[in-house]
Structure formats: C-alpha cells, structure tokens
Write a protein that binds this ligand. Structure first.
Ligand SMILES: Nc1nc2c(c(=O)[nH]1)N[C@H]1C(S)=C(S)[C@@H](COP(=O)(O)O)O[C@H]1N2
Ligand SMILES: [Mo]
Length: 409
C-alpha cells in the first residue's frame, strides 16, 4: 500500500476516534502510530456526556456533580448545567422506540405497559417548571459531618419539564381505593454489578402522585432529557426530595403499603421524627421519611468573593423555592442579620417553580461584608440563619445562603 493511502486510512480511523471523544482531533494526522488518545484512554472527555466542564464533580462512580451557585443565575437551569445525582450506573444503551413503562402493583386494578409513543399520543402533554433539589443539598455544612456526597449549594436546579401527568396515566391503569404509595424502578444498575439489586427504588404517597404537577417527563427545556438525568423517561415531583423523581423510568408499582424499595429504610432519605442533639445515634423506628422540602433560596449573582467600589451599587440576584404554594418574600442582610431589606420578587410560573429575586445593594464604607438571603413562603415558613436540625445523614439544610463581598474605596 502506498504511503498516501496508508495515511488516508489512518486518518479515517482518527476521525472516527474524534467522534468517540465528541470533537474533531485537530492534529489527528500527526499522532504517532501505536499511541492512543490519552483523553479516550482515561475516559476524560467521554465521561460526562451532555454536561458542562464547569460542573463540580464530587464522584465519578457513581457520577455525582453539582452546579456552582453563580452558574444557576438563569431563569431556568440549562440541561448541561443541571446537577446529577446517581446511585448506580446509568443504562448503556437506550432505545427510545422500544422503551416501555410498566404500571402494576397490589393496588393497580390491572397491569399496563406503555411505549413512549403511546404515552405521547394517549394522554395530554403538559409542561411545568419544577425545581428539583437533592435532600442532601447543603450536607457539607453539618457538624459532626454526615456521610454521603458533600454537596455544597448546587444539588438544585429548575427546568421546564414536558411529559404527561402521572395521575392521568395512573387513572388509565386504575387505582384501587386501598392504594397508599407509589414506587419506581429505573434501568440503572447497582454498582456491585449484581443484577438482582436496585441502586435505588423510592416513591411518593399516592396523594403526591395525584397532584397536577406530578409528571412522567421525556423532555427538559424542550430537548430530550440528558443521558445522566434519566433519558428517555423519568418522574418529576417538585417540592419533594429529588430522590423521589425516578430516572430511566421502567416501572411504577402502586402499593397498598409504604413502598419498601432500596433507600426507603434506615437513615436513607429519612430524618429523626423529633429533633435530636448533634451526633446522636437514632434508631430506625424513630426515623421518618422526608416528604415536603423546606423553603430555601440561593444567591446566584454576584459570585462569592466579588469586589466592587464603595460608590457602586451591587446588583444582587437569585432564586427562592418552597413546597408550599409560593414564595412571598425574599430579604437580604449585609450586617450579619441585624437588618433585613426586601428584594424584588418575580411571580411563580407554577407551583414548585423557583422564583427569581433581585435588588441593588449599597454598602456604607469599604471593607469585608457578607450578603445573606432569606426567603419566606405563603405559609410563613422561613429560613434559619444557623444550620437547622442535625440529622444522621445531613438532609434538609436550608440555612440562609451567604456570600462574601469586598468593598474598595
Ligand atoms: N433510577 C434512578 N433514579 C434516581 C436516582 C438514581 O440514582 N437512579 N437518584 C435520585 C436522587 S437521590 C436524586 S437527588 C435525583 C437527581 O436527579 P438528577 O440527577 O436529574 O439531578 O434523581 C433521583 N432519581
Ligand atoms: Mo438525592
């Protein structure tokens, strides 16, 4: 074979290598024979499909990544910036056309199996802006420390989800009057490789499943769900810990008892039924399943550490969310909580959407300041300044978000 021809074949191979890393290999022709692309070998480039490099990666097996606060500034969280919390390994091959959702269980009147096409054609398509927050968001702050992903503030996002109402599908199957809970099963696999084990199989009380905003979704921000966020089908429940929102959804069971799947027991997604001192050992029987998530807010502009001049106004912006009907007030403080000033607050697009707040802040003299934000909802729930109740797994930290600001002369 002549040299040009050999070069050409090699080039073609490298072009296909380029498609494996997701971008062209610019100097492909120069790569010495026998060398592999290091990015491919170490799985660096293909590791997090559909996710921005700006994400903070806490773990790669399973994949867990959060969004830095200043990258959550947009009204809706972009697909490549939406946090990922995996308990197992996502399915490798997904065929959207042959994917099915099975609904069955003790309290299902019958068993039904739907393709995604059937879900789309049989039921009304709806869209809601729903906030998803991991129950462990903010875990990092607990002391004594809690085991698990050390989330700071970024295991939260709000997207426009499109799909069908869960209740429409459940009604089509038929729900017996003794139904109390719903459980999900996804196509992800246990880290151990043991096919008989589920990485996670949680659910919600039947009353939550029947809410208007409880969805089976196939789309996020008008695009397919990202691979790591449950493509091609997932549950989305606003207001409840995101662990209820099953990804890669294959099966729903309608239960006549509280669902007893993986991560429904022990200290998983449960907190002491009544407050305990920090570090206490709590028996299983004294732990209650987390349902409604607490009121919370996040400053998304400026980024902590910002510096401005004393004669300038600092634009401040962020989001606030609640499991109640809506947020009614967001305030900020620049004097460690002595005085609070009300921010401008946008209305909610729908229940469980986060709401934007904004204002302009002036500082009296040069120096170090902290800006704190505090949200209050229509039920008068508000955020604590200090950490709320310690619990063994470090859930439900809704303490006020604080950023540092330096003011120069
Ligand atoms: N099948 C499946 N569903 C799942 C999980 C999972 O590991 N597997 N993780 C849950 C948890 S703990 C959270 S916080 C949310 C995270 O959703 P996201 O990765 O789309 O942000 O998905 C939930 N649904
Ligand atoms: Mo979670």
């Amino acid at each position: 074979m002549n040299l040009e021809r050999r070069k050409f074949i090699r080039y073609s191979i490298l072009v296909s290598l380029g498609s494996a890393v997701g971008v062209p290999v610019v100097y492909a022709n120069n790569l010495p024979e026998g060398l592999d692309l290091v990015g491919l070998k170490e799985d660096l480039i293909t590791k997090f499909p559909g996710k921005s490099d700006a994400m903070t990666v806490l773990n790669d097996r399973p994949i867990n990544m959060e969004t830095p606060a200043h990258l959550l500034n947009d009204d809706l969280t972009a697909n490549d910036l939406f946090f990922v919390r995996n308990n197992g390994l996502p399915p490798h091959k997904v065929d959207v056309n042959s994917w099915t959702l099975t609904i069955e269980g003790e309290s299902a009147k019958t068993k039904k199996v739907y393709t995604i096409e059937e879900l789309k054609s049989k039921f009304e398509t709806v869209s809601y802006q729903l906030t998803l927050e991991c129950g462990g968001n903010g875990r990092k702050e607990f002391n004594p420390p809690a085991k698990g992903n050390q989330w700071s503030t970024g295991a939260v996002g709000c997207a426009k989800w499109t799909g069908v109402r869960l209740k429409d599908v459940l009604s089509d199957v038929g729900v017996k009057s003794n139904a109390v809970y719903l459980g999900y099963y996804g196509a992800d696999t246990h880290l151990s490789g043991d096919a008989s084990k589920d990485p996670i199989s949680r659910g919600v009380p039947i009353s939550k499943a029947m809410e208007d905003e409880s969805m089976i979704a196939w789309s996020m921000n008008d695009r397919d769900l990202p691979k790591l966020n449950g493509y091609p089908l997932r549950l989305v429940f606003g207001g409840f810990p995101a662990s209820c929102s099953g990804k890669w959804l294959e099966k729903i069971v309608i239960r006549d008892q509280v669902h007893d799947g993986q991560k429904m027991k022990g200290s998983s997604y449960r907190t002491p039924c009544s407050p305990v001192p920090p570090g206490a050992k709590v028996e299983d029987k004294d732990m209650c399943i987390i349902e409604n998530m607490p009121v919370k807010s996040l400053i998304t502009y400026p980024r902590t550490g910002a510096t401005i001049k004393v004669d300038q106004e600092l634009p401040l912006a962020g989001h606030a969310w609640t499991s109640a009907n809506e947020i009614t007030k967001v305030e900020y403080s620049i004097d460690f909580g002595m005085n609070w000033t009300t921010c401008k607050l946008d209305p909610s697009a729908n229940k469980y959407s986060w709401q934007n707040f904004s204002t302009k802040v002036r500082f009296p003299e040069p120096g170090y300041y902290e800006v704190w934000a505090r949200a209050t909802d229509i039920d008068q729930n508000t955020q604590p300044i200090l950490l709320p109740g310690w619990n063994p797994k470090g859930y439900l930290n809704n303490a006020c978000h604080r950023i540092a600001v330096k003011i120069e002369a």
